[in-house]
Design a protein around this ligand. Structure first.
Ligand code: F0G
Length: 459
């Protein structure tokens, strides 16, 4: 018998009840939230696809490891177990735990970035972008152009454009580039992977100019699995071997462990440079905690040590990538425009194309996000003009992003295939009456990161 997909490689030992509240209550909840799904109470959400970060289900092994947590302030056994896993998975022995990814980014920016510096990457995630800016630096995105075409099936749409990177370094001058980065997978560009060939070439280029190379490793395991599936020469390598090779090219990495390490909280920051490590520890002690626990409890370190391996488990990764691909294929079969091919952790619906009658300034992504909640109690997230439209500082004219998207991020090991059939059916029903959806106007918005707290009214 050939199966189209592997069923979930786990069975369910603990359940968390969820409930679809009636339509009239969803309407009221959305109105009370100012038509912003960030202000909804989680208990009013049926299927929560707001993020895949910290929302995964830990395994029985991780929960068992939590009971072994050693809460000693310094040198705890939990730290030693984490150090062993970090060494085996990434090949790094100089590292600190942090409470989450942005804490690692803050420390890295604090010690390396000066005002006027530049930090290139394929695409920076928004917290990395903001942490570099907070130190007066300028994050620069140099992903290949294919990344911006939703129908382009490049197998590694997260790749850095090497010609652009080289030209950028020559133009900017190495003295203004304290570090270079790459994000695997490229979240801001649709969760698209980066090839090993590209990582190697990026590392070589940075190193030829003497620039240290740091990986944003939030979704390292999904990226490794895509390399195994798609890159010639890697089919017979294990994802662990692929991870070891990938990180061997880097001088360091920062990581949110809330994604591929399948923990609810945690992060890592690692380097190969002794002096940088000394500075990292000093900064960590100031803001997060002693270097053997970072901002975490001992038990969190143990869950993370186990999660680093579980994230790389190939049965799990096959299920994970297929689950995302399954939802994508149901939507594509019904003609719903999404970013193709689907990435690892999320589906990005092209709301601008689905709702062509709603202009940028009336927020098509917001309209679709809110309709998803009204129609099915599903929480996705607008990634379009609400999040990214900014006034041109010179003219005041609004610059709109290229794509108006809605992200459906998939928590790890949380929802089953029937949940995804329900999500797909709901979206297909919405698409049938797409021309009846209306835009929104903003009634309140703060100046920075407005999507989190803005309020809206339907037009
Ligand atoms: N880097 C990437 C690529 C991310 O996707 C995130 C978080 C971070 C860094 C920051 O990590 O949240 O632990 O501080 N992404 C989440 C998301 C929030 O929903 O995509 P953090």
């Amino acid at each position: 018998m050939t199966l189209k997909y592997l069923p979930e490689p786990f069975r369910i030992k603990v359940v968390e009840p969820i409930r679809l509240i009636p339509f009239e209550e969803r309407k009221k909840a959305l109105q009370n939230s100012g038509y912003n799904i960030f202000a909804l109470k989680a208990k009013h959400v049926f299927i929560d696809l707001l993020t895949d970060s910290g929302t995964g289900a830990m395994s029985s092994h991780q929960w068992a490891a939590i009971m072994e947590g050693d809460e000693s302030y310094a040198g705890a056994n939990s730290y030693l177990r984490l150090a062993d896993a970090v060494e085996k998975v990434f090949g790094f022995h100089l590292f600190v735990p942090t409470h989450q990814g942005r804490a690692s980014e803050n420390i890295l920016s604090a010690i390396l970035v000066k005002p006027g510096d530049f930090v290139p990457s394929n695409m920076h995630f928004d917290t990395t972008d903001a942490n570099i800016r907070a130190r007066g630096g300028r994050p620069t995105n140099l992903v290949i152009d294919d990344a911006f075409d939703p129908k382009n099936h490049h197998p590694f749409k997260g790749n850095m454009d090497l010609a652009k990177l080289k030209a950028f370094i020559l133009e900017t001058g190495v003295e203004k580039i304290p570090l270079g980065m790459i994000t695997v997978t490229n979240n801001a560009g649709g969760g698209q992977p980066v090839s090993m060939e590209n990582i190697r070439a990026v590392a070589d280029l940075y190193h030829s100019f003497g620039i240290p190379f740091y990986i944003d490793a939030a979704r390292y395991a999904e990226n490794c699995y895509f390399i195994k599936l798609r890159e010639p020469g890697y089919q017979d390598k294990s994802t662990l071997e692929i991870a070891r090779e990938m990180f061997s090219y880097a001088n360091g990495f920062c990581m949110s462990a809330k994604k591929d390490a399948i923990v609810n909280i945690g992060g890592l920051l690692a380097t190969k440079d002794d002096k940088t490590f000394q500075k990292i520890k000093n900064e960590l002690i100031l803001r997060e905690g002693f270097p053997t626990y970072g901002g975490l409890a001992g038990r969190d370190l143990d869950a993370l040590a186990v999660g680093l391996y579980e994230g790389l488990d190939e049965d799990y990764l096959q299920y994970r990538i297929n689950q995302t691909a399954y939802l994508a294929s149901r939507l594509m079969d019904a003609g719903i425009p999404i970013i193709e091919p689907p990435g690892g952790h999320a589906i990005f619906i092209d709301a601008g194309t689905l709702l062509p009658h709603i202009p940028h300034h009336e927020f098509p992504g917001q309209s679709l996000t809110n309709e998803l909640y009204l129609a099915g109690g599903i929480r996705g997230c607008e990634i379009g003009s609400v999040m990214f439209a900014v006034p041109n500082p010179a003219t005041g004219e609004i610059i709109y992003p290229k794509l108006e998207m809605v992200r459906l991020a998939i928590p790890r090991r949380v929802y089953t295939q029937s949940h995804f059939d329900y999500v797909a059916d709901t979206i297909i029903e919405i698409a049938k009456k797409a021309d009846t959806l209306r835009g929104y106007k903003i009634t309140y918005a703060p100046e920075l990161l407005r999507h989190f707290t803005a309020r809206f009214e339907p037009l």
